[in-house]
Design a protein around this ligand. Sequence first.
Ligand SMILES: [Zn+2]
Length: 388
Amino acid sequence: MTEPGTDPLTLARDLLRCASVTPAEGGALGVLEGALKQAGFAVHRVIFAEPGTAPVENLYARIGSDAPHLVFAGHTDVVPPGDAAAWTYPPFAAEVAGGKLFGRGAVDMKGAIACAIAACRDHLGAHGGRPKGSISFLITGDEEGIAVNGTVKLLQWAAERGESFDHCILGEPTSAEAVGDTIKVGRRGSLNGTLVVTGKQGHVAYPERADNPVRGLTTLMGALMAEPLDHGSENFGPSNLEFTSIDIGNPVVNLIPGEARARFNIRFNDCHSQVPLKILIEKRAQAAAGERVRWRIEWEPSNADVFLTKPGPFVDMVVAAIAEATGRKPQLSTLGGTSDARFIKNYCAVIEFGLVGQTMHQVDERTPVADLATLTAVYRKILERYFA
Ligand SMILES: [Zn+2]
């Protein structure tokens, strides 16, 4: 009989059976604690809270005390299953059928955490139970939510304990079609704002006595959509501004509204940082507004800056491990939404590499069982090369 948690499928199934929808721990960190302690890690479970948010439990585990220090990061929280009746198998049953493991979190990202632990156990088993350096797990329960009581605070907590990391692998589902075809070496930044134009409310039959803000709003929106923010950089595609909602909230047909608002999001590359980008947008709005339109932009605070882990020995090592285990040469991508890598990058070099993400957040989220073995093999090769 296999010990619990020694093979990635068993461990992944144990994790999938925990209904750890953000911010609930759901037993998932307990499963990890057991598996990591068994492998010789010192495990800490820490709860972070702040007024107005739900407290969230997180886990930090380490084995070894020397450099180099490699950290596997990830999250055990999952998005809700949605309509459970729409699933072929119950979302928290961890059913295996047709060579596939079904369940919420299978690819995003309990599966990858199971693979990382299995790879570590195998590596440690082959090297007398201790790494030639240190291995850590930095696991949060607050990634899919507002991400306030998760990785940010866990990194601060670890730093205050004197922990320092050299390199991090975040197991988000970065692979596109096959395990190892894509790793993420960076992510775009994200910024939200609301464009507000004020006019003068009045009767629609007497427009001369009113000032319709819709006219100004559409002018400014047109201007902000017209010109590209840049033409991309060496490692990133072009930045993009996208309007997501136009809000006037006028319930009647005979009233010119006094105010019109439009929300937008910008995904920006490494040509920009937040403050100069805001100035650029406001300059363009002002140029379109001239003296006629009264406008302002309400910016939302953002903790999603752009990051890029530059090509170098660490990225080369991961690429070589992937090639050795899968025969694939991964694409180094910077596409997609934000992830906790935006916080980790302030502490050490980070890349993201995990399972095939096609079914993440969907009904019938699933991964081929064979992919778990492949990802475990890649992580294992990474450990071998890292601690060579
Ligand atoms: Zn995720």
